[in-house]
Design a protein around this ligand. Structure first.
Ligand SMILES: [Zn+2]
Ligand SMILES: [Zn+2]
Length: 182
């Protein structure tokens, strides 16, 4: 039996961030139809870039690869740290394409980040969509041209909000093949 592990990176907030982590765990379990296990992950201070005041997602993925349990189908980490890769200002998340590990950041999913009124439902929806997206990459799914598909590329929250928290028919079919091959 292989499990879909969903792990909280140390430092995740006790309030709404914890709630988002729990929601992601439950919704992702339903989305991929795999049994889910929880994992508490260590902090990622080693990935901190003082110049950018952000955390490198590549070293975080390397840590996840080391910590990925033997019985893990995939490991999705959820953190509050703002992530980046060197060529981009930031990333909402990062995954090993066709690999075992992925990470999502909650840092830029809140309305407050953009100077707007807090909205719990919007925040949780965005976290769910990004979790589906990054986990989808680990099953080999690439970016989809359908703007409503969870696998479409989002570089801002407006694009996340346009997506559905589901895969289009083509991506869903590819995902089913990916799940069978695991
Ligand atoms: Zn992507
Ligand atoms: Zn699609």
């Amino acid at each position: 039996m292989k499990y879909l592990y969903v792990g909280a990176i140390a430092g995740i907030g006790a309030g709404i961030e914890r709630e988002a982590y729990r929601e992601v765990r439950e919704r992702v379990a339903a989305g991929f139809g795999a049994p889910v296990r929880e994992l508490e992950l260590p902090g990622v201070e080693f990935a901190y870039d003082a110049g950018r005041r952000q955390y490198g997602s590549i070293p975080v993925l390397e840590m996840l690869t080391r910590l990925c349990p033997a019985d893990a189908l995939k490991l999705l980490a959820v953190g509050g740290q703002d992530l980046f890769i060197p060529v981009l200002t930031f990333v909402f998340g990062h995954a090993q394409l066709g690999g075992r590990v992925a990470v999502i950041s909650l840092a830029r999913l809140r309305q407050e980040f953009y100077g707007l009124e807090p909205n719990r439902e919007i925040f949780l929806e965005r976290a769910h969509k990004e979790a589906l997206h990054e986990t989808g990459h680990t099953f080999g799914l690439v970016h989809c041209a359908d703007r409503s598909c969870a696998m479409s590329l989002a570089t801002n929250v407006r694009q996340i909000d346009l997506k559905h928290a589901a895969f289009c028919a083509a991506c869903a079919a590819q995902l089913r093949r990916g799940l069978r091959e695991q």
